[in-house]
Design a protein. Structure first.
Length: 196
């Protein structure tokens, strides 16, 4: 299935710093392919190299690592309108230590590493976009680390609830609990107490 015009407009909005007009519009659109995944499909498996940078059209994904007990430790989520993928593996071209899993049926636009590099060669504003994008990723990671190290479980739950209220409705509870670094039972108690 091809990308729709409205999906292309969403993609252009995400890449708002790029000059995508006239002929460059077709060139940019042709770099992307539509990919679909069922619930709990792996988009990326640990040990493989991430070949795509994704833009999420619909669905929710979790990126996680397995701990020594084989349990999923969730590092983050991506959802409709956001980027997705295992960025360190994609950037370094080295095998990933992470998994990327569809938590809901997912539809994404994917661009290969080679075509992603071509964006920076061919489109004005791409380097500025890349700088802003990775700065925001870094600041988001730093903010998350500070929350994990300085907030108690209730405060972490409240901070996430304020930041991502819609995601609380669609992400499975065990993934949210892992992301917030708490036991599922603690998460359930907090959800029941706070949502009253």
């Amino acid at each position: 299935m091809a990308m729709t015009d409205s999906e292309f407009e969403q993609l252009k909005t995400f890449f708002s710093l790029l000059e995508i007009e006239g002929e460059s519009k077709r060139l940019f659109r042709d770099l992307w392919e539509v990919k679909s995944f069922r619930q709990y499909d792996l988009l990326t498996e640990a040990g493989t190299t991430e070949n795509y940078f994704y833009f999420v059209l619909e669905g929710v994904q979790a990126v996680y690592v397995l701990n020594e007990k084989g349990e999923k430790v969730v590092l983050g989520f991506s959802y409709t309108g956001s980027p997705s993928g295992v960025f360190d593996s994609f950037s370094t071209r080295k095998p990933s230590t992470l998994f990327l899993e569809a938590l809901k049926p997912t539809r994404v636009l994917g661009i290969t590493y080679t075509d992603y590099q071509n964006v920076f060669q061919q489109f004005s504003g791409a380097h500025e976009w890349g700088h802003v994008f990775f700065k925001n990723v870094l600041l988001g990671r730093l903010s998350r680390e500070i929350e994990l190290l300085t907030l108690d479980t209730r405060e972490r739950y409240l901070a996430f609830m304020l930041r991502c209220p819609e995601e609380l409705k669609v992400i499975p509870q065990k993934y949210l609990a892992s992301y917030l670094n708490m036991k599922p039972e603690t998460f359930s108690r907090l959800r029941a107490a706070i949502n009253l």
